[in-house]
Write a protein of this length. Structure first.
Lengths: 115, 109
């Protein structure tokens, strides 16, 4: 069906607020990834799900970041007590099968600005 | 972790010119992809190419896994080719994908 979708596309948060970013992967895709892209940089890996299992969260920058994918489809990235350094584009990607064996497709991203 | 180096960092081309972008990586990989990030930030898949050569219209790519590099060729460049080109690799045995810093391409009329 359609590609990967993300919402909201833009989010402005005051420092200290909590935010939740949503990702709808391509239907039937097993693997889901979150990335953070700072201005002028390449995307940096945050976390990886295979179905509902979070298999790698080594890229999450602090314990204020939390991701879930409870039913193995839609995923939410939550950032608590946002800080200015959290300002970035957050990208979601999905792939058909387990990581390492199929290409990733990216959503349009959510641009988060923390003021 | 794995290192991914892309060159050149910046490139300005006259419309119609050809170019080669390079990606070097420091370890064996399961997966290598080339992406184009357009001015609106969307990452567009160009090639999934852990080894070998592929062509798609004016673009082609070659990965020599044993020598740990990949090349992206753009022929007869157009202004719509402008943007940032990323190489992304997945190290063998790991799920984590590492991106290079990208090559920023500007094609001028």
């Amino acid at each position: 069906g359609a590609g990967v979708s993300q919402s909201p596309r833009y989010k402005v948060a005051k420092r200290g607020q909590d935010v939740a970013l949503r990702c709808d992967p391509i239907s039937g895709h097993v693997s889901l990834f979150w990335y953070q892209q700072a201005l002028g940089q390449g995307p940096e890996f945050l976390t990886y799900f295979q179905n509902e299992a979070q298999l790698d969260k080594s890229g999450l920058p602090s314990d204020r970041f939390f991701a879930e994918r409870p039913e193995g489809s839609v995923s939410t990235l939550k950032i608590q007590r946002t800080q200015q350094e959290d300002s970035a584009v957050y990208l979601c990607a999905s792939s058909l099968t387990v990581a390492g064996s199929y290409e990733q497709y990216f959503g349009p991203g959510t641009r988060l600005t923390v003021t | 972790g794995i290192q991914v180096e892309q060159s050149p960092p910046d490139l300005i081309l006259q419309e119609g010119a050809n170019s080669t972008l390079r990606c070097n990586f420091s370890d064996s990989v399961n997966n290598l992809q080339w992406f184009h990030q357009n001015p609106w930030g969307q990452l567009i898949n160009l090639f999934y190419i852990p080894s070998g050569t592929k062509q798609n219209g004016r673009l082609s790519a070659t990965t020599v896994a044993t020598e740990r590099y990949s090349l992206l060729y753009i022929s007869s460049s157009q202004t719509t080719d402008s943007g940032v080109y990323f190489c992304a690799v997945e190290r063998r045995g790991y799920q984590k994908v590492t991106f290079g810093i990208g090559t920023k391409l500007q094609v001028i009329p």
